[in-house]
Design a protein around this ligand. Structure first.
Ligand code: AMP
Ligand code: ZN
Length: 492
């Protein structure tokens, strides 16, 4: 492990509302839990932003040499339509709509989620537990919370007693809000409500006869509330206290606040040392979400088949677009921003090929070690990817100037520059060279060689109509040909 670099990492902790030196509980091990998707429908680009942000964090921790146990759950039960433990279960509703088994819905959208994240080149987590696979653990935890006196049972359902908890703990610790303020933002209980207090939330919900997903429990047939799954699964795989707990900012006020309360009530400790929250992807300033109807799907983004899109954008353009903003800032979607990102991404990739063509000199006119230090300083400052990218573009400038003989680099500095560019672009930012990806496919390479040969024969025969037609058709498809000393090269 690179102790010196790792020692300089600071992370913004939502719990303390400041940047703190990152000191894992059991170095070099790091336990990280990130709230995963609710798999009852396709994930939209906003969801992707959160998971790509955590992928960057995961990648950088791995790069520093930490052994990270990254747990990201799949919510496949207990998510109701209403925000107050009411309404129909989302999985059952979708299952009825699509005439499928609830677990077929879960399987379909879990596979879709994996497929999309793989296109964005995100690394899979170490463990991906599901809520339905951990019903026993959730029941055990609810039993312990009941035993500790922080929950009560009413007619087959179990609720967490927030007011009782608040007498001994700071319930609003994560959002720095007082109980009275939180109460104000909540609807009053109506006569029908089983809850004792307005902020109380369900740990276990009694099933109706028609509820498709239900399990036996000490309180009768039912299903778990949403928040308990993350407490049960994080405790099981990472212990009662672990290093990082993350999720989108929208989870902070309720889901994560309730997770802290559950863990405190059951395990008598804060579940996580650092709470990390990623900011939202917005469209014209409005948060992208399923309910707002402005959430386009990644595949629509790739094909351009959506009214908001002028054309399609490749997965790496989108990944680069996201890395250009800090994970704690909002990121507004626009065609202009994506087109600018596309140019930036291409420039970065082209600089890597240009690097190979530089001839080393006897001395260097630039300080490459300093550039490396600045890249680490950026990432060590709460994973500041936009600043990192600015430094990588300084690398691009050096490369282009060295090619034009305006700057010089020794062989050693050239090797360091290459290492910096490749490490940060591929390993840390998680980008891939899409041209090479395509070019790397044997079939595509074979077809391209065939097309180039046919065009060459046409040119040899002075058949300009055919050769121009081939060149124009390739251009239309986004392929450019370039004559070099070694023959004709092609690029996307
Ligand atoms: P869900 O499937 O709705 O539970 O959301 C999965 C994750 O996506 C959660 O961590 C949310 O905070 C996150 N998320 C939802 N909408 C957005 C958005 N517009 N931008 C960034 N993250 C989001
Ligand atoms: Zn969660």
């Amino acid at each position: 492990m690179d102790t010196e670099k790792a020692n300089n990492l600071v992370i913004y902790n939502t719990l303390s509302r400041r940047k703190e030196a990152f000191e894992p509980l059991h170095p070099p091990l790091v336990g990280m839990y990130v709230c995963g998707p609710t798999v009852y429908s396709d994930i939209h680009l906003g969801n992707c932003r959160t998971f790509i942000s955590f992928d960057l964090i995961y990648r950088y921790l791995l790069h520093l040499g930490y052994k990270v146990r990254y747990v990201r759950n799949i919510t496949d039960a207990g998510h109701l339509e209403g925000d107050r433990d009411e309404g129909e279960d989302k999985f059952s509703k979708k299952a009825k709509l699509e005439q499928l088994e609830p677990m077929e819905i879960v399987q379909k959208y879990t596979l879709g989620f994996h497929e999309v994240l793989a296109l964005f080149n995100t690394l899979p987590p170490s463990i991906e537990p599901t809520a339905t696979g951990h019903i026993l653990e959730q029941i055990e935890m609810i039993k312990m919370i009941l035993k500790a006196g922080y929950a009560y049972e009413v007619n087959g359902s179990v609720y967490f007693d927030v007011e009782k908890y608040s007498r001994e703990h700071d319930y609003g610790t994560l959002t720095n809000r007082k109980l009275e303020d939180l109460m104000e933002g909540t609807r009053e209980l109506d006569g029908q409500d089983e809850k004792r207090g307005r902020l109380d939330f369900a740990l276990w919900i009694k099933a109706k006869a028609e509820t498709l997903m239900q399990w036996p429990s000490p309180w009768g047939q039912g299903f778990p509330g949403w928040h308990i799954e993350c407490s049960a699964m994080s405790t099981k795989y990472l212990g009662t206290t672990f290093d990082i707990h993350g999720g989108g900012m929208d989870l902070q006020a309720t889901h994560h606040t309730n997770e802290i309360a559950q863990s405190q009530a059951c395990n008598h400790t804060e579940p996580a040392k650092y709470w990390v929250h990623t900011n939202m992807l917005t469209v014209n300033g409005t948060r992208m979400s399923k309910s707002a109807g402005n959430g386009f799907l990644p595949k629509e983004l790739f094909t351009g088949d959506h009214p908001l899109l002028e054309r399609g954008y490749s997965p790496m353009t989108v990944r680069f677009f996201m890395a250009q903003s800090h994970y704690r800032s909002t990121l507004d979607f626009s065609n202009e921003a994506l087109q600018a990102a596309e140019k930036g991404y291409k420039k970065l990739m082209e600089s890597l090929s240009a690097l190979e063509k530089i001839t080393p000199s006897a001395f260097s006119s630039v300080n490459i070690d300093e550039l490396e230090q600045r890249c680490y300083a950026a990432m060590n400052d709460d994973f500041n990817s936009p600043t990192l990218i600015a430094h990588l573009f300084e690398g691009v400038r050096i490369i282009n100037s060295a090619l034009d003989k305006k700057e010089t680099l020794t062989a050693a500095d050239l090797a360091t520059l290459k290492k910096i560019m490749q490490t940060f672009i591929f390993e840390v930012l998680g980008l891939v060279d899409e041209t090479k990806q395509m070019a790397g496919s044997d079939v595509i390479e074979g077809l391209m060689r065939l097309i180039i040969d046919i065009r060459q024969s046409a040119r040899d025969n002075k058949d300009w109509t055919t050769s121009d037609k081939i060149r124009d058709a390739l251009k239309e498809a986004g392929v450019t040909l370039k004559d070099t000393k070694e023959g004709v090269e092609w690029r996307l």
